[in-house]
Design a protein around this ligand. Sequence first.
Ligand code: F6P
Ligand code: MN
Length: 330
Amino acid sequence: MPKTLALYLHEMETVHHVDPRLTGLINHLAETCKEISFKVSQGALAGVLGSAGSENVQGETQKKLDIISNEIMCRACTESGFVSAVASEEMDHALQVPENCEVGPYLVLFDPLDGSSNIDINVSIGTIFSVLPAGEPHRGVEDAEFLQSGRHQLAAGYVIYGPQTQLVMTLGFGVMVFTLDLSTGNFYQTAENVTISESTKEFAINCSNMRHWEAPVQRYIMELLAGTTGVRGKDFNMRWVAAMVAEVHRILSRGGIFMYPRDNRDPNKPGKLRLMYEANPMSWLIEQAHGRATNGYQNILDIEPTALHQRVAVFLGAKEEVDLVTSYHG
Ligand code: F6P
Ligand code: MN
């Protein structure tokens, strides 16, 4: 039988001296995502599909499962004893630990259910998380304390709810994949030290936005589409799942490049994806797997955040492709 998540985390403590409170938090997140996975798998049987009729801070319509997953993650994290506060895509501001619960040394950011538009059509979705240091455990955490660059992350990952439920994570010692065994309720390691090939023939972008993209992205995609007849001299294939978790999972599994560029529809919106709980954790996974992640100008992990829900352009995956599209930005 492969290694359990519990054994892997124990090895991280003994071999790499990872703080047991951090491994404790990861174990807690994995347990929590099992609960979300169960709700997702129940779908209509549990009455959890469809819209909740409300909007989040980003002006997006919330699905019932967005709200349910957010509640599960918030409760589990704030009652764990491992965190000083949490922040989520679904909440305007940081959420504090209840007075009757212990505080811990970490800040957790999450997108409780990424790829929401896939919920009702039974296509892969996921939970993304990023763990930052909180310093000494404390209460009354301000939003500003979360504004640390992605380089400060202590742990990052996602749980994908697809044909299998898998936890993909890094503690800075490679990217590990654990698959949930429904017969035992345990996560078992099914891939270790995942790496992404530097070159690829597969890209992912929402081409319906093409006319709104900036010139460097238009040029890059036109060159890919020209295939063997163009400057690239090879044909490329395209995929679009419309859930970042699933796109990143495909890239970690068989390579590729994923892009969500900024476009010129709203100058105040530099991209669609959120830096703190989408781009940063995914970029760290990609870098740990020897890929690259930029906003077209700099590595995403080096961006100094200015707002909890700030958006960012994202180009991530195979190093050669990300380097090329980044170079076109000048
Ligand atoms: O969280 C935002 C998100 O749902 C991502 O998971 C996904 O990559 C993207 O938006 C899909 O965007 P679009 O609706 O343009 O296909
Ligand atoms: Mn998302």
